[in-house]
Each structure stands twice: as structure tokens, then as C-alpha cells.
Design a protein around this ligand. Structure first.
Ligand code: FES
Length: 328
């Protein structure tokens, strides 16, 4: 996701994942922002001295050797991967008429719209009857999630309230706890559906205690927000590491994206020492300062916030790359 401070840049940006709220691709793991389009496409169209915005991969954080006390802090407490909110999908990429299968943190989940409670629901993607994937079922006329196999129906609380094969005058099988679906806590935040990866009832109201990361720019109307997601053939941790590695950007992306001209030109333009200092480091992430390249923030376990200042062409003073904030 990217927040751009301009009213005029939208028409000049071409990100295959999404520009408007109706153009998204499916993703497999988490909500990543990408820009595989050559940056030259953007920069040509955005050359002006006023409002210039490009969408380049956020390149936060080349982690320099931390200060000793910072390193000690980071080891103080074990990180609990399953005690955090995780983004599932942008709301605009979800069809309310059908259940959606997702795999996040190795968990198979189904996301569906509960029209009776006007809320997105996240369930374990397994029917309590014979474990059929509920994502292969449907939303019935009453707004219930109905299993594809024998037709059991579930409400937004995960309770079974209809079993087609159960005789009306028989025992109350629907009320059995064993007929309930495991429900994950979920919420909508920054127009994204998030879930808490633990179905234990003690976390039912976890949203009252902790919320997903808040990114002020995403709620700031002076920014344009671009949301996208994409399937990747590898785990998100690989992508996160890549995005936290700014040293490779001017070299590996040379000629593909606009980068600042190095003070000292090497055998291949772009590769150069990276200015970077850690301002904060603990179990929950870090804040890095890349000097003129901006501020990077890693919010464990998956969010990267990168703020960069405008790039000014030393030749004519034109702004070649505008202020931008990237959130992954
Ligand atoms: S497996 Fe879902 S109703 Fe039988």
C-alpha cells in the first residue's frame, strides 16, 4: 500500500496490482505492495516541478551494526508470532457474494461477508462435520456460510443453525459445540481485513486490547492511497528481508527505477555506500534513518513503513521523485 501526497499523480501511475479500488489481483500470503513496472514509465510522465510521484519498491533498512544496548533489548523477550494482527485482504478485493480461501501464517482461513451483522468474518477453512473447505461453499439466501459437502449452515458467530439431514423432530444436533466452526477475531482497519491467528475464546475481544498498526497517512485525505496485493511463490519473510535491504536497490534495479545519483560513480552506476543508522530497535521492530533517503520503520512481524523526501534533479532542479510513503 502506498500513500502519495498529490492529487495529480494517479493518472500517471501504472501499477498492475491496482490503481483504483476495483483493480486488484489475488494474493496468497500477505498484503504486499509492488511496482514491477519500469520506473522510467513513471518518471517520464511525472517530470514537473510541482507534483511528481512514483511508486517504487520501498527499500527500507540496511541494518547496520546496532548499538550494544539496542541489541540487548531485542533479545529481552521472545516474539510471539501468533499474538499479532495480520492483514488478509484489502476490502475492495473481496466479493461479498462468495467465501474466499486464504492461507496466512500457514493457516487455511475463509473470509466471508456476514450480511446479517454487516461484518467480514474470518473462520478456519474447515467444516466441523467432515472438514470440507468452507471456502468452497456458498453464501446462502439467509446470509449464512453453507458448506459445499452436506450443506450445513453457519452464522457469523460460527454457530451451526441448519443441518439439512437432521430431522426437525430429532435431537438438537445444531446446538452441539462440535457443530461450531472455529472463528478467528477479525476487524477492518485501513480498508483491509485483518485477523488474529488464534481461535481460543479468550481472544474473542482482543481488538479491545490491541489494534493493527495505525499508519496516519492512510487516513490523511491529503494523500492518495494505492492498495495492491499479489501472489508470490515464496514466503513473506523473504520479501520483507528484501524490502529491508536498501543497499541492493541502486545496483540491482539500475536502469529499472529512478534512483539518486551516487556521489562517487563506480563501475556500474548506482552501487555505493549506504548511509543508515538505527534510531530504535526492540522486539517489535526498528526505526532506521537513511539520511536524505528518508525514514524506514519495521513493525514486526510484517509491516514496513518507508517515508522518502522528494528527489530533486541537480541539473534543472526538477522534482524527479516526489514525497511518498510506502507501507507493506
Ligand atoms: S463436511 Fe461440511 S456439511 Fe459435511
Amino acid at each position: 500500500m502506498e500513500a502519495l501526497r498529490t492529487p495529480s499523480a494517479l493518472s500517471s501511475i501504472h501499477i498492475p496490482t491496482s490503481i483504483s479500488k476495483t483493480q486488484f489481483t489475488k494474493h496468497k500470503f500477505l498484503n504486499f505492495q509492488f511496482n514491477p513496472v519500469p520506473i522510467s514509465t513513471f518518471s517520464r510522465k511525472t517530470q514537473s516541478k510541482s507534483k511528481l510521484f512514483t511508486a517504487m519498491p520501498s527499500s527500507p533498512s540496511f541494518v547496520s551494526t546496532p548499538e550494544p544496548e539496542l541489541e540487548a533489548d531485542s533479545r529481552a523477550e521472545k516474539f510471539d508470532w501468533y499474538a499479532h494482527w495480520y492483514p488478509v485482504m484489502p476490502v475492495c478485493d473481496l466479493d461479498k457474494r462468495a467465501p474466499h480461501a486464504k492461507k496466512v501464517m500457514g493457516l487455511d482461513i475463509v473470509v466471508w461477508w456476514d450480511k446479517n451483522e454487516t461484518s467480514w468474518r474470518v473462520f478456519k477453512d474447515a467444516c466441523p462435520h467432515r472438514l470440507a473447505p468452507l471456502s468452497e461453499g456458498r453464501i446462502d439466501q439467509w446470509g449464512r456460510l453453507q458448506c459445499v459437502y452436506h450443506g450445513w449452515c453457519f452464522n457469523g458467530s460460527g454457530n451451526c443453525n441448519f443441518i439439512p439431514q437432521a430431522p426437525p423432530d430429532g435431537p438438537p444436533v445444531c446446538t452441539s459445540k462440535r457443530a461450531c466452526v472455529a472463528v478467528y477475531p477479525s476487524t477492518v482497519h485501513h480498508d483491509i481485513v485483518w485477523f488474529w491467528p488464534n481461535t481460543d475464546p479468550q481472544y474473542k475481544d482482543i481488538i479491545l486490547k490491541t489494534q493493527p498498526p495505525f499508519i496516519p497517512e492512510l487516513d490523511d485525505p491529503s494523500y492518495i492511497k494505492i492498495t495492491g496485493s499479489r501472489d508470490l511463490p515464496y514466503g513473506y519473510e523473504v520479501m520483507i528481508e528484501n524490502l529491508m535491504d536498501p543497499a541492493h536497490v541502486p545496483y540491482a534495479h539500475y536502469g529499472i527505477i529512478r534512483t539518486r545519483k551516487p556521489k562517487v560513480k563506480g563501475d556500474r552506476e548506482g552501487g555505493s555506500p549506504v548511509e543508515f543508522s538505527i534510531k530504535k530497535l526492540d522486539r517489535d521492530g526498528f526505526v532506521g534513518d537513511q539520511g536524505q533517503f528518508g525514514i524506514n520503520k519495521f513493525i514486526a512481524p510484517f509491516s514496513i513503513y518507508a517515508h522518502s523526501s522528494p528527489v530533486v534533479d541537480p541539473g534543472d532542479g526538477a522534482i524527479a521523485d516526489a514525497e511518498k510513503v510506502s507501507i507493506v
